[in-house]
Design a protein around this ligand. Structure first.
Ligand SMILES: Cc1ncc(COP(=O)(O)O)c(C=O)c1O
Length: 384
């Protein structure tokens, strides 16, 4: 039995990353300094956004966005259930109510028809999630948002480097939220960012990450002023220069890492064509998939196989995973929503069948072959 465990997602650190962090440690700025601004500017440039605000994680990015977009008690915000719970939680932090619209069966991305059906006079906005790394149909979602005077936010924690009809993720919604957790495309240890074009939204989010205070220490030092004012209640969602130095160095490698993810996906897709009971999610024309996750559906007829296949993979050193327990199936949201039917049957069914195969830039061809062998064996065992 092979000893190596192949995880579903994993960061890569090279000497350039270590050098960048060392330089930040020696620079005199541990936080609030130039490495943060440099990282913000680099990501904004890459993603076609005018402004970027770096924060301590993706959840904080979503919270900053919901605050700046003025989500308040009484407001409803439409979100997909097939996401990490943080997407919906950010609405609740602001006192709003997440309304779960269903996803499309082929892609598990927010279904515009279900969004339409979920609108009420209290709807304030939509948070689209680029599940697994595939950008949503931002044209359809934008049309709904504009027709009803709603904001459109993107939870792009999976889709850095992706695009929709040639437009990069970061330029597709009013605000776009990123995560730099180690399983994501690039990492800062923990970290996140919000991208937008509106300077007022950006300024509000900068203040929100710093308690609601009107100027950060670097700017006060630059302007020679010491007075400051806390105009509204914010949080300490700041990120450090040490983390952003790592992020900047990681960003340099994003193109080559995306290429490797595509190569791995092509190997999987090719092999899965000949494997019964396993099908990858659909790729939509117009979407440039960033391939954060490689999600497959395991047939559940004549009997459910997913759990047994997952165990079989793990027994063979493949740390496959399930993304996600739908946000509206967690007990917190079940209680909040009244514990009845979810109202999202497509997502419920998908949840019984999905499994994420390992997908990251550090996978070798041999790793991929091992995953595919293990999948074949696990399927045979599960069907028996
Ligand atoms: C879709 C989605 N949204 C939000 C988050 C939250 O990001 P973080 O873990 O950086 O807070 C994640 C992270 O897993 C995510 O996958």
């Amino acid at each position: 039995m092979r000893k190596k465990i192949i995880s579903y997602g994993r960061h890569l650190i090279d000497q350039a990353d270590i050098d960048a962090v060392t330089e930040a440690l020696q620079s005199g700025w541990l936080t609030g300094g130039p490495a943060i601004v440099a990282f913000e500017e680099a990501v904004a440039r890459l993603c076609g956004a005018a402004h970027a605000v770096a924060v301590c994680n993706g959840t904080a990015a979503l919270h900053c966005a919901m605050h700046a977009l003025r989500v308040a008690p009484g407001d409803e915000v439409i979100v997909p259930p097939m996401t990490f719970c943080a997407t919906a939680n950010a609405v609740v932090y602001q006192g709003g109510e997440p309304v779960f619209a269903d996803v499309a069966p082929g892609t598990l991305l927010l279904d515009p028809a279900s969004v339409e059906a979920s609108l009420t006079p209290r709807t304030k906005g939509i948070v689209a999630v680029d599940y697994a790394g595939q950008p949503c149909d931002y044209d359809a979602l934008r049309a709904i948002a504009d027709a009803h005077g709603l904001f459109l936010a993107a939870d792009a924690c999976h889709s850095l480097g992706g695009a929709w009809n040639g437009r990069p993720v970061g330029s597709l919604a009013d605000v776009t939220c990123l995560s730099f957790h180690p399983v994501k495309h690039i990492t800062t240890g923990e970290g996140g960012m919000i991208l937008c074009d509106d300077p007022l939204l950006a300024e509000t989010m900068r203040r929100f990450r710093n308690h609601g205070i009107d100027a950060d220490p670097a700017r006060r030092a630059e302007q020679g002023v010491w007075r400051y004012d806390m105009g509204f209640l914010g949080h300490n969602y700041r990120i450090t220069d040490i983390q952003c130095a790592l992020g900047g160095s990681q960003l340099d490698k994003l193109p080559q890492w995306l290429t490797r993810r595509r190569e791995v996906a092509a190997m999987y897709a090719q092999a899965l064509r000949n494997m019964a009971d396993v099908s990858p999610l659909e790729e939509v024309p117009g979407a440039t998939h960033a391939l954060h996750l490689y999600v497959v559906r395991i047939a559940s007829r004549p009997k459910p196989l997913r759990d047994a296949v997952l165990s079989g993979l793990r027994a063979r050193g493949v740390q496959a995973n399930v993304h996600y327990v739908p946000a509206n199936r967690h007990s917190y949201y079940r209680q909040r929503l009244g514990d009845g039917a979810s109202g999202t049957p497509v997502c419920d069914k998908a949840f019984e069948e999905i499994l994420s195969l390992p997908m990251h830039a550090g996978l070798t061809d041999e790793d991929v072959r091992h995953v595919l062998w293990a999948l074949g064996e696990a399927l045979l065992e599960a069907r028996a």
